[in-house]
Design a protein around this ligand. Structure first.
Ligand code: GCU
Length: 327
């Protein structure tokens, strides 16, 4: 009990509650930050996880979710977590590439054959290894969340890579996303998600790329009227937890967290499909046109990213090979 209490009090921002009943217990509250609104599917999936964790641990582990980037951009949240001011962050594989290079695999274009392949990679050995790979950066991954496919959007239809020539395209701060946009002929401009609406509106960037729900819920469709479904990447969202927070949990509570996280990942698959359909309809109501380009020229244009990999990044080349072998 002594050791447990001291670990808990050491957690910054952790509420220590001594239960009034005979079996007094210490409750710990983890702060989780993310940059989507409450009506985004990922918020709902995590909300359900927070409820289940609380139930499974008899109230010992609680998760308080701070949406809408109210505690900072995704990058700032990651840094706050590394400094111990936050316990958990819902981020994505593109942001994580700068913290743990294995995540780059998820940012490579046209790597996943289909949705089943994407899920099987995340839920198999490679996916688990990637989640564990950030340990030396002070945190580990708990689960992936479906975030569909990302496509380009701007004020004109993008039918071939030629249409991207000369455009300033917002990307996440991911080296692979930058290389991809360059390979496709665009000018990559890394920017935080929360700055993108104004950047599009003021012409700081001409285009961006994201999945349909993020495009729609951030109201980017007010500015960019063409969403071209080239579906270049399938970049999952990732829930991460600091080593400090995780190491302070008992074995049982760690297992409870993993169970609840896995259930929320499953729930997210359903919520995601619903959200994609709903947000596409919402964007169409705003006057956005959805284009379905032929992907062949896009796939060919990014091929050099794979050709050079064996020499430039043998570790990543090996992960790619393992991903391709997953059925
Ligand atoms: C998606 C993802 C976010 C990410 C955003 C972005 O919406 O869910 O985690 O921040 O893309 O493009 O920055």
């Amino acid at each position: 009990m002594m050791i447990r209490k001291s670990v808990l009090t050491a957690l910054i921002g952790t509420a220590l509650t001594i239960g009034a009943s005979a079996s007094a217990f210490a409750a710990t509250t983890f702060k989780l930050s993310h940059n989507h609104p409450r009506d985004h599917a990922v918020h709902q999936a995590m909300d359900s996880m927070a409820k289940e964790v609380r139930e499974l641990t008899n109230g010992e582990v609680r998760i308080r979710i701070y949406p809408d980037a109210q505690l900072g951009t995704q990058r700032e949240s990651m840094e706050l977590m590394q400094n111990g001011a936050l316990d958990m962050v819902k981020t994505n594989a593109a942001e994580l590439e700068a913290f743990a290079p294995a995540y780059a695999a998820f940012n490579l274009p046209y790597l996943f054959r289909d949705k089943a392949h994407y899920y099987n990679v995340q839920e198999g050995a490679v996916g688990e290894e990637i989640l564990a790979s950030s340990h030396d950066s002070g945190f580990i991954g708990v689960t992936y969340y479906d975030a569909g496919a990302r496509s380009f959007y701007t004020s004109k239809p993008i039918n071939t890579p030629e249409d991207l020539k000369g455009l300033k395209i917002r990307v996440q701060p991911s080296p692979s996303a930058i290389s991809m946009v360059q390979a496709l002929g665009g000018n990559a401009t890394p920017l935080a998600y929360g700055e993108l609406y104004t950047a599009l509106q003021q012409g700081v960037v001409d285009a961006a790329e994201n999945n349909i729900p993020s495009f729609s819920l951030s109201r980017h469709g007010e500015v960019s009227k063409y969403f071209s479904l080239d579906e270049h990447t399938m970049v999952p969202d990732v829930l991460v937890i600091s080593n400090k927070a995780y190491d302070g949990l008992s074995e049982e509570n760690r297992a409870a967290l993993k169970t609840a996280a896995n259930h929320s990942m499953e729930l997210m698959k359903k919520l995601w499909a619903e959200s994609e359909a709903k947000e596409r309809a919402n964007a169409e109501k705003l006057g956005v046109k959805f284009i379905t380009p032929n992907k062949t020229a896009f796939v060919e244009a990014v091929q050099p990213m794979y050709d050079a990999l064996d020499e430039t990044n043998p570790d990543l080349a090996e992960i790619v090979e393992r991903i391709r072998a997953v059925q």
